[in-house]
Design a binder for this molecule. Structure first.
Ligand SMILES: [Zn+2]
Length: 214
């Protein structure tokens, strides 16, 4: 059983700011985290704390895709993240990307991208192929309101069975709606992409419960 996720307040801010800044195009990057013990409903649970999210600055962004824009720059960011992985128990654990006006689920294209992502370093020593990767998807929607919010900055969050959902008001008449889902993807060490795909979504993806910092 792979662990639930708890978002540090700063990580939630980075994930949602990243989605809101490039609202009509996808945005994405990497996630850092460490295992912690938290009490949920009076039970002590081990879960993965996402302590930071790094938005990839040189990514090529489109409405329904994100990829490396500058390959060398993307490589440099990964070198840093892999090299510092493990510092004070904080590891590179996966990545995230946004889905403007789209479902908070992993697409077939996302899975194929992740298979390549864990091989980006092409077997360089010290850069293992991660068998298991956590991918957070932040879906974002802009909505206009007839009944205006208060003039004060406003945000509100709630939890679903696994995902969390929130609204942030950009101004009294516009709200950005976020849904945050976290997906453990396993089997990434399969010998070929075809073998990976043949395992089937159910065996590859396990959705984790996201605990928000609220
Ligand atoms: Zn996607």
């Amino acid at each position: 059983m792979l662990p639930d996720i708890i978002l540090d307040p700063g990580a939630l801010q980075c994930l949602c700011a990243s989605a809101m800044e490039t609202y009509s195009r996808e945005s994405g990057g990497f996630l850092m985290g460490k295992m912690v013990t938290r009490t949920v409903k009076k039970k002590s649970c081990r879960m993965l704390l996402i302590s930071a999210a790094y938005p990839q600055q040189t990514a090529r962004r489109g409405y329904a895709y994100i990829s490396d824009g500058n390959k060398l720059a993307g490589w440099r960011a990964r070198v840093l993240l892999y090299t510092l992985s493990g510092l004070k128990g904080v590891n590179l654990v996966g990545g995230y990307h946004t889905h403007p006006h789209d479902a908070c689920e992993l697409s077939a294209g996302d899975l194929s991208y992740l298979y390549d992502e864990v091989r980006y370093h092409k077997g360089r020593i010290g850069f293992p192929v991660m068998k298991c990767w956590l991918e957070i998807v932040v879906s974002v929607d802009k909505r206009k309101y007839v009944t205006k919010y208060s003039e004060e900055p406003f945000h509100s969050w709630h939890s679903h069975k696994r995902k969390i959902e929130g609204i942030v008001a950009a101004d009294p008449g516009t709200g950005y709606h976020f849904t945050v889902g976290a997906f453990w993807v396993s089997g990434l060490d399969a010998d070929s992409k075809d073998e990976f795909k043949a395992m089937g979504r159910k065996n590859i993806i396990q959705e984790a419960k996201v605990h928000g910092p609220f």
